[in-house]
Structure formats: C-alpha cells, structure tokens
Design a protein around this ligand. Structure first.
Ligand SMILES: C[S@@+](CC[C@H](N)C(=O)[O-])C[C@H]1O[C@@H](n2cnc3c(N)ncnc32)[C@H](O)[C@@H]1O
Ligand SMILES: [Zn+2]
Length: 493
C-alpha cells in the first residue's frame, strides 16, 4: 500500500506553483482524487517528472546554484533527459550562426568544437563548451573590427604570453593603450598623477592635465573587457590650478575625484561607487590656526582619498546561447542595467521553463559570473578581505616611504598601499586574467596581481627615474624560482 501525499508536499518537492501543478496534472501527472482533494504517490511523481522532458517546470532550478529544494537525482535526470552533443548544437543553431558569422568563422567554430570529446559529457557541460567557443569567435571578431591603426602585434603578444612574469611596458599610457587589443584587459587599477603634486609630472594648468587624462580614459574604455571594472584611486588636492591666478594665493581645494567621475561618465563608464579611503590620523597641524577657537579660523584636515569604481557595460546585442539548452533561438528581453542585455530562451524544447511556461531568462553578466568561477577555490575571496571592505568607508594607513633618516625607501614618491590592488584584484578578476595599471609607478598593482596568480601589467613613462627602483622592488617581492623570470620589459616609446 503506497503512502499518499498531499498537494503541498508535491509543490515543495518540485518547487513549483499551484498553477504549474494544475498544468502538469492536465499533462498526465499521476494523481488520484479523494473526494474534493487530490493525493499523490511521491515515487510515481518523481518517475513521471524525470520521463517527461518537455513538461519540466522548475522555477528555481539554476544551472550552477545548488538549489536547496531540488534533489540531486531529480536534477540530473531532468537536465540529461535529452542527450545533446556538440554537433547537435552546431546543427540546430546553424540557421542563427549564419545570420551573425561569416562562412569562415562558422567553419572555425565547427573546427574548434571538433577538438572536444563530448561522448561522456553532461548536457550542461556541452552547452558550456558550445557557448565558450561561440563567444570566443564573436569576441575575436569585435576585437579585429575595433583595432586602432597603432595596433602592435609584438606588444600584444608580450602582454599575453608568459603569464608568469610581470610585464613592464615603458612608455606613455595613451600611446601604449592605442597599441593594445580591444577588450583584452580584465581589470584596470591605478592611482594617476595628482596634477602637479609630484616633481615627476607637470602640466601648465589643470585643464591640460584633465584633457590628457581624458584621452587615456577614453582609450582605456576600448581596451578594458566588456562588463569589467576600473578602480581609480585619486585624492582631492590643494594646489594652484594655474588658470584663475598663478600667484601663490591661487591655491585652492581641487576636487579631482569629482572631475574624474564626470570624465569617466562622459567616456562611457558607469559610476558605481566612491569608496572613501580613510587615511587615519594626519600629522599636519595646518588649518588649525594655533588654536584660535573662533569662527572662520578652524577647518578639518583632509584625510581621505577616493577609490572610484566604474563599470564598462558596452551594449552588445549579440545573441548568446541559452545557458540551459544551448539554443541561439533567444530573444532580447530587457536590460537589467544600462548596457547589460538579457534574453529569454524561445526553444520550446528547452529543459527548463518557468512556472508560467516562459523560457529561461538570463543575462550575459550572470552567465559570465556563473560560468567563470567554476567553484574554483583559487578564486575564493577570504572573509577577512570581505569584512575589511564591507562598508564604503575603509580605514587603512598610507604607505610609509621615508625611513628615519629621511630617505625614500621605495624609490618612488607616491606609492599606494597594497590593500587597494589586493581588494581590486580579488573582487574583480579571476585567476589568470589580465590586470593593468597604466600609471604603474613603483608597480604595486602588477606585483600584487602576479602574487595572486593574475597577469600583472604596468605602463610607466619615467624609465630613467624609476627603472632601478622598480626592478629591485619586483625582485624583492616575487619568488623568482617558482615563476621563472620575475619580469619582462618592453620599450614602447
Ligand atoms: C601616483 S604615481 C602611481 C603610484 C603607484 N600606484 C604606486 O603604487 O607606485 C603615477 C605614476 O604615473 C606615471 N605617469 C605619469 N604620466 C604618465 C603617462 N602619460 N604614461 C605613463 N605613466 C605616467 C608617473 O611617472 C608616476 O610614476
Ligand atoms: Zn533554453
């Protein structure tokens, strides 16, 4: 005598709505009527669901998330009910591929798919491989279309080969960026020159400085990978802008942070956050005016810098395959944020449909996020770091670069603390990706990136001034025995 379960148990087991259950019953889900109510035998329900590929309505069954409600045996059966292979995906998508790709690109795709042995792979893995190879071809196409005339094969090979060494590129950030492949860097982190705050860089006035920075930011937009992040550390300085007056009286607070936000936005980036770096106690007694505690004498000291976070979301309407069934029969659905496209699967035989019988909805960004971490422990962020950066006001000390004898121990007058690239690299890149600092200074960013198994790349213009100190610092920081050459250099002047 089987045990009969109530409707609520079945709803819970399948994680579906009442309407869906009603629909499933109409399609033949085994049940018996007991007076006014209905009863189910759980084993019969499970068998039926597993054998009914087109009628599986799983609302919360996600590809990568281990859904707490769906039991594993169910999930596997459901997703592997159809046996697809790479050739099936290629053939069934051929119609759509032809609309997007050239004949030669389609044969490249076919060729790359042939390299996989897909006999034992699950549908999920097959869909993943197909998407990966398809997107590779789409990205390559975009890169070639958007290359500048200055594109430099040697430099691009230099950047991408030999991921175990830090890449030192000597040259002007703008000129170097012009030579680089579009969307070939996954994270940019820097602290630019703060106008005329240091001896190594001087501009005649603030506008000339901002114009030069804008050109570099514009070019960085092209070079940064789509849906990726720029972490830009800058402070609001107290200086003469050399416009209003050139006399010493012309000094004023110049809100570089605000200026840069505007420039980044105008160049296409999305402003995401202005994290305040609280630099702690300030030693200077400036501004305190000898304790004359009367109005207009006193003013707080500046003790913070900005960590500006920007996203690049170039709207790319290229269809990407449904992450469940691999079909390119998808429709643009909405934009979850500016430039972030999402789709709905229109394949009626897709393995997963919503409770209201709509196709799987997905966005490129969630797709990237779910596919890339692969539960790979190397990409895990320690809770210590997450805890440190849980609020957008963060306190840590600036770098002490002058020793007790008044000597600069780092060989650079404006290095920034390792905490910044440490957070940026862990939060915004996966192991193996390219991290670039276009104003590398003492190479803090590339060094940290390299230590975290990313590819650390820095551009620095002042070769004569900093080369010796930079090489020394890199050699002291990186374990040469494990990683081969600690650094490689490229002259791009
Ligand atoms: C504030 S420092 C960067 C400090 C760096 N974050 C560190 O930890 O050492 C700015 C650096 O940008 C360099 N620089 C200035 N203009 C440049 C340009 N157009 N291209 C490349 N580097 C430039 C300067 O020589 C300086 O070393
Ligand atoms: Zn689908």
């Amino acid at each position: 005598m089987p045990s009969y379960k109530k409707e609520k148990d079945v709803l819970k087991l399948l994680n579906i709505s009442r309407t869906t259950l009603w629909r499933l019953k109409k399609k033949g889900l085994p049940h018996i009527k007991v007076g006014d109510s209905v009863r189910y035998v759980i084993d019969e329900v499970k068998d039926w669901v597993a054998s009914e590929p087109t009628t599986v309505y799983q609302s919360s069954l996600e590809l990568v998330n281990d859904s707490p409600v769906i039991y594993d045996f169910d999930k596997d059966k459901i997703i592997n009910n159809y046996n697809i292979d790479l050739n099936f995906l290629f053939e069934s998508n051929y119609f759509h591929l032809k609309k997007i790709l050239k004949e030669s690109e389609i044969s490249n795709l076919k060729y790359s798919l042939k390299n996989y042995k897909d006999g034992d792979l699950s549908n999920q893995e097959i869909v993943k491989i197909f998407s990966k190879e398809y997107l590779k071809i789409i990205q390559q196409k975009y890169k070639i279309q958007t290359r500048t005339n200055d594109y430099d094969t040697h430099l691009n090979n230099f950047v991408n080969n030999d991921k175990n060494s830090i890449k030192i590129i000597w040259g002007d950030a703008f000129k170097v960026l012009r030579k680089l492949e579009s969307e070939s860097i996954q994270l940019m982190v820097t602290s630019p020159p703060y106008f005329n705050a240091r001896a190594y860089s001087q501009w005649d006035n603030i506008n000339l400085y901002l114009d030069e920075m804008r050109k570099i930011i514009r070019e960085s937009y092209r070079v940064l990978d789509n849906h990726r992040v720029w972490v830009f550390n800058v402070g609001d300085i107290f200086d003469n802008d050399q416009i209003t007056t050139k006399s010493v009286w012309g000094k004023r607070r110049i809100p570089l942070g605000a200026y840069f936000i505007k420039i980044f936005e105008e160049e296409g980036f999305e402003f995401v956050d202005n994290i305040i770096w609280d630099k702690g106690e300030v030693e200077s007694k400036r501004h305190m005016n000898n304790g004359i505690n009367y109005p207009l004498y006193q003013y707080p000291l500046n003790c913070y810098e900005h960590l500006l976070i920007f996203h690049k979301h170039r709207l790319d309407k290229t269809k990407i395959p449904c992450p469940v069934c691999g079909s390119l029969k998808v429709n643009g659905n909405t934009q979850s944020e500016i430039g972030v496209q999402s789709w709905e699967c229109k394949n009626p035989n897709c393995f997963i449909r919503s409770p209201h019988n709509r196709g799987k909805r997905f966005s490129l960004r969630t797709n990237l996020m779910q596919y890339n971490h692969n539960n790979n422990e190397d990409n895990l962020i320690e809770s210590k770091i997450i805890n440190m950066w849980r609020r957008d006001i963060v306190k840590f000390p600036p770098v002490i670069k002058i020793n007790q004898n008044g000597e600069n121990i780092l060989g650079h007058s404006a290095p920034f603390p390792e905490d910044i690239p440490n957070m940026a690299v862990k939060y915004f890149t996966y192991v193996g990706e390219n991290v670039m600092d276009p104003f590398a200074g003492s190479f803090t960013v590339p060094i940290i990136a390299q230590k975290l198994n990313r590819n650390g790349i820095g551009i620095e213009i002042n070769k004569d001034l900093f080369r010796k100190a930079i090489l020394k610092r890199i050699n002291n920081s990186i374990n040469v025995f494990e990683s081969g050459e600690a650094f490689v250099e490229f002259d791009a002047f």
